[in-house]
Design a protein. Structure first.
Length: 378
């Protein structure tokens, strides 16, 4: 097995810490409140201020954020939820957790994101929500579809797991008037270790999300500490964000400008190094407006699997994000013919992308791609 790569490019993705996370985590541990505390609430307030939104509800994961947001939007048994098949399976599992049915839809082959026309064409009388997936961090603008969706009572719940910090127009994703769900998992633009958040539309929706994440209990944790009873008003789950995770996220948020800069620089370094390679096309994240979470390419002419194996053998940590969900056994009941996504599923490949990498590392990985593609083309 050939190992010519710098150590960093052996990893497709890695968490990046700035140095203050350990002391923040230690302080949260010593405080002794591990389920919910003022640290979690401070994280919510800081994220809301960063996004310029009234409120943010922190939860235990991006999957939990989607589940809570869909329930808060009234999604349940008997409903259809439109969702691109080209996403991580967690998006679909969150829909199923509500009792609703996923209705898989296509994406644009250049951006790997769904478009308004695709959503409008897939509406059914049972459609209650649409979950656009912001693939690679790219914002999805559904402005032209919103009048028709609003008329039908269809909620938009953004899966922005990969898009924290990205822009739609002049505003951050999350501040554009729809329910937005973020992930703060290990390899995201901002990590809490594990975590997620919902950006609600209204104070009522925020209250609903907080009850759903906290076992349906009406009163706040601070109120319960001073009372002899509490009220369980509705269904709920235990998916709060721990202060331990929030402490890590607060440090990460202080350094987010650095994350934006370095991730855009790395994406542009890859794009320059890969320019002009035959048999390869880039998935366009609109990097000027996006804080990219990955670097995705399409390997053309049926060569993806050979190129993937050859690069792994050379120590380049390539990945596949993602196999189409409508072809998965767990979701076979909702299979539809989606030729664009099926082709993407055969061609997509992600190159190593994380903040430990330098532009020189990106250039090395790109040159290995160039060599491997030249070999398989012969």
């Amino acid at each position: 097995m050939i190992r010519t790569a710098p150590p960093g490019v052996a990893h497709n993705a890695r968490p990046y810490l700035y140095g203050g996370e350990e002391s923040a985590l230690t302080a949260a541990l010593r405080a002794g409140q591990y389920n919910h505390s003022e640290v979690t609430e401070e994280f919510e307030q800081r994220v809301a201020a960063f996004l310029d939104v009234p409120d943010v509800v922190a939860v235990s994961s991006g999957t939990a954020a989607l589940h809570v947001a869909l329930l808060a939007a009234g999604v349940g048994p008997g409903h259809d939820v439109l969702v691109p098949s080209f996403t991580f399976c967690a998006t679909v599992q969150a829909i199923l957790a509500t009792g609703a049915r996923p209705r898989f839809i296509e994406v644009d082959p250049v951006t790997a994101c769904t478009e308004p026309a695709q959503i409008l064409a897939a509406l059914t009388p049972a459609t209650r929500a649409v979950v656009p997936v912001l693939y690679g961090g790219r914002a999805v603008d559904l402005t032209s579809a919103r009048p028709a969706l609003d008329e039908r009572g269809v909620a938009v719940v953004e899966d922005a797991a990969q898009a924290f910090g990205s822009l739609q127009g002049e505003r951050r994703v999350g501040a554009t008037g729809v329910v937005t769900c973020f992930s703060f998992g290990p390899i995201k633009n901002l990590t809490c270790g594990l975590g997620g958040a919902v950006v609600p539309r209204t104070p009522l929706e925020a209250d609903t999300c907080r009850r759903l994440r906290g076992l349906g209990i009406v009163e706040s944790a601070a109120h319960r500490a001073e009372a002899t009873t509490y009220t369980v008003g509705e269904f709920g789950m235990r998916v709060q964000m721990s202060p331990l995770n929030a402490a890590v996220g607060l440090v990460q948020l202080q350094h987010f400008t650095e994350a934006e800069t370095r991730r855009r620089e790395l994406w542009r370094a890859y794009a320059a190094a890969l320019d002009g390679i035959d048999g390869l096309s880039l998935v366009n994240p609109d990097v000027d407006r996006t804080v990219p979470s990955m670097f995705s390419v399409r390997v053309l002419h049926g060569h993806r699997d050979r190129v993937f194996r050859a690069l792994r053998d050379r120590g380049i940590g390539v990945g596949v994000h993602y196999p189409p969900n409508h072809t998965q056994p767990a979701f076979s009941e909702w299979h539809r013919s989606l030729p664009v996504i099926e082709l993407l599923g055969r061609e997509i490949m992600t190159l190593p992308f994380h903040q430990h990498l330098t532009p020189a590392d990106a250039d090395h990985a790109a040159q290995e791609v160039r060599r491997v593609l030249a070999g398989v083309s012969r």
